[in-house]
Unconditional design. Structure first.
Length: 370
């Protein structure tokens, strides 16, 4: 073997990356002085791309597949190197493998409460957290903007920045959605899609794509949640009076099961009488508030309390006061044979048969002759 053949054998023949980690986004192929054999085989697997960098400039980006590194397959790199002929010589270039798979189960959350104005509760403070999924969309942009010359770039190096971006935009996007606090739980999916669309353009500037964002929970401060629970409990209880009756009945049952307890018999009896008294008040709310006959005030002196009902056109009209009835008789809206009724009558009778209205009919002049 000649000296030149020995030198050629020292250069790499196969360039590939078999990733066994779950968080590596970029990996630079290691080679002494970045020397690569002319004609070497480059293997790019699915969910990978290979980026060639020469003299600090991105020369080529290779998609999944296997190619031979020659002037035919490296047109840009060939131009940079001024290779007019495909001679068998090594060249120098940095090879970065980019992982293009989806990186899942990445956490995000608001570090501090988000202040919002709710239409029902007014100003409220809320916290939110969830997960998101992202991947490299533009490898060249990602190398330029984020990775640089890092030989091993992982998700942890950018996760904090992405988490801050999501949390920072969350308050603005949530305020723009105008979704009430009580309706947020039923709109998690729509809100997640809305946030994903808004953040996609910002992440694309770094060569990344936000493929999914999930809101797991949006919570209120403990004091507000406690007040909301009490309000919910009142709504479930419904009729507070009936609930009080139920509680009193349970108390009576417990007292009957343990009449003495730690107290003396006399104290237990006194408590029983007090509870029975209270129970009677609770179980008979109607009797407490039922008006007696003397509760209603008598008629004001000088005012008539009798009212009449009139059958006009086959329908019941009224009640009418005596003054209005006399006006209707005067206007002949009520005739002597018109049926009327008032309290105390067993059935409808003619208006002329009501004693106090007879004089009203007598006062009506007869028709003008002719």
């Amino acid at each position: 073997m000649s000296l030149w053949d020995k030198a050629k054998a020292e250069f790499v023949d196969i360039i590939e990356w078999t990733d066994d980690s779950r968080d590596t986004m970029v990996w630079r192929f290691p080679r002494f002085q970045n020397e690569i054999k002319y004609g070497a085989k480059l293997t790019v697997r699915e969910s990978q791309v290979a980026v060639f960098v020469s003299q600090g400039t991105i020369a080529d980006v290779f998609q999944p597949g296997m190619v031979s590194l020659t002037t035919k397959n490296l047109p840009i790199l060939t131009t940079l190197k001024s290779w007019a002929y495909g001679f068998d010589s090594p060249f120098k270039a940095e090879v970065y493998f980019i992982n293009t798979k989806n990186f899942t189960d990445l956490k995000w959350g608001t570090k501090n409460p988000v202040m919002l104005r709710d239409p029902e509760f007014g100003p409220v403070r809320m916290r939110a957290f969830g997960t998101y999924v992202m991947k490299v969309k533009e490898p060249a942009t990602f190398i330029r903007e984020i990775v640089g010359t890092d030989a091993h770039f992982t998700v942890d190096e950018i996760a904090d920045q992405l988490r801050s971006m999501i949390s920072g935009r969350f308050a603005d996007i949530l305020a723009e959605s105008r979704i009430p606090v009580l309706d947020l739980a039923s709109n998690y999916k729509d809100l997640s899609n809305f946030i994903t669309q808004r953040l996609s353009s910002e992440l694309l500037a770094y060569g990344l794509e936000l493929t999914l964002l999930v809101i797991e929970n949006i919570s209120l401060p403990p004091e507000v949640e406690e007040a909301l629970d009490k309000r919910t409990s009142m709504g479930i209880i419904g009729d507070l009076n009936k609930y009080t009756q139920f509680q009193a009945a349970n108390a009576m049952e417990k007292a009957a099961a343990n009449p003495g307890g730690d107290a003396s018999a006399g104290i237990g009896m006194g408590m029983g009488f007090a509870m029975a008294n209270q129970m009677g008040k609770v179980l008979q709310p109607e009797a407490q508030h039922k008006p007696s006959a003397g509760d209603a005030p008598p008629p004001i002196p000088g005012q008539e309390s009798v009212v009449y009902f009139v059958a006009l056109g086959g329908e019941q009209k009224g009640p009418f006061s005596p003054k209005i009835i006399r006006e209707m008789i005067k206007d002949k809206a009520i005739k002597p044979d018109t049926l009327m009724w008032k309290k105390g009558l067993e059935s409808w009778i003619k208006a002329s048969e009501i004693p106090e209205l007879k004089e009203a009919f007598d006062a009506v002049p007869p028709p003008i002759p002719g």
